[in-house]
Design a protein around this ligand. Structure first.
Ligand SMILES: [Cu+2]
Length: 264
């Protein structure tokens, strides 16, 4: 009987010890989401502490990203990585600002690729820039505050018909920014099922202030070829905005050409 009590105590002591070791270890870690062939996340669900950094590594041959399903108060995804090519690794930005909870993500090029980031109660989330200082100037250092706010860019594909797009040689897109920025546009598609992503249209424009503009992205040679003799084509346009201070904002929009809006 005495022996039993003793063993019980030992067990409690051992598990407290384990806890003490595992908590700081988790806090140092940097979690990673991986993509693998073909078109899937090989680590679809990860768990992080609040404030922990998340990386995305693309071990697949196709281009992928990690985009939050939920949008923040600024209208941007709660967290996102840039689109990266095979073998590249990039930070899933703003994942370190997440509070305890469960957050879905997907690939903006392959929306069927889905995963979840679970944020546990350990740690402290990093402040979210836009939410922390909504247009509030830095009063303590008048006129000297560096611009470290990323431009917010929005993009929508306006073109919907295959034939009209092909004969015009351009993909019509609407672009919005919340400040002056140079915007580059890149439209990709996968003309062959299981084949590589190709750039089908590109464009660039300079916005000298906040606003919205319609733009025509020129079809590339590969783009004209991809649209030829085809009824439908799924297209994703990524708009990348760079402001004068070099801060970067990015957004993507996908649409299937040849399918009328609101119809299946
Ligand atoms: Cu993808």
């Amino acid at each position: 009987m005495n022996g039993r009590v003793q063993r019980g105590r030992w067990r409690v002591a051992a598990s407290v010890c384990l806890l003490a070791v595992s908590i700081p270890a988790a806090a140092w870690a940097e979690e990673r989401i991986d993509a693998s062939p073909s078109n899937r996340y090989s680590t679809p669900s990860i768990e992080i502490d609040q404030g922990e950094k998340v990386m995305f590594r693309n071990g697949d041959v196709a281009t992928h990203d990690v985009t939050a399903e939920q949008k923040g108060p600024d209208g941007k995804p709660l967290f996102a990585s840039p689109l990266i090519e095979r073998g590249e690794e990039a930070e899933v930005k703003l994942a370190d600002t997440l509070a305890t909870g469960q957050y879905g993500f997907f690939c903006s090029v392959h929306p069927q690729m889905k995963g979840t980031i679970k944020v546990n109660g350990n740690g402290t989330p990093k402040p979210r820039d836009g939410a922390a200082a909504p247009g509030a100037g830095d009063g303590s250092t008048p006129g000297a505050a560096a611009d470290d706010t990323d431009p917010v860019v929005g993009v929508r594909i306006l073109s919907s018909a295959m034939r009209a797009t092909r004969s015009a040689g351009v993909l019509k897109v609407s672009v919005s920014v919340d400040e002056a920025a140079a915007v580059t546009l890149r439209a990709v598609a996968r003309p062959k099922a299981g084949g590589p992503l190709v750039t089908i249209a590109t464009g660039r424009l300079a916005m000298d202030g906040a606003g919205k503009r319609k733009v025509e992205a020129l079809l590339t040679k590969a783009g004209r070829r991809a649209l030829r003799g085809r009824k439908r084509l799924a297209v994703v346009v990524t708009a990348k905005a760079v402001d004068e201070a070099g801060n970067v904002g990015e957004e993507a929009h996908g649409r299937t050409l040849g399918v009328k809006r609101g119809k299946r």
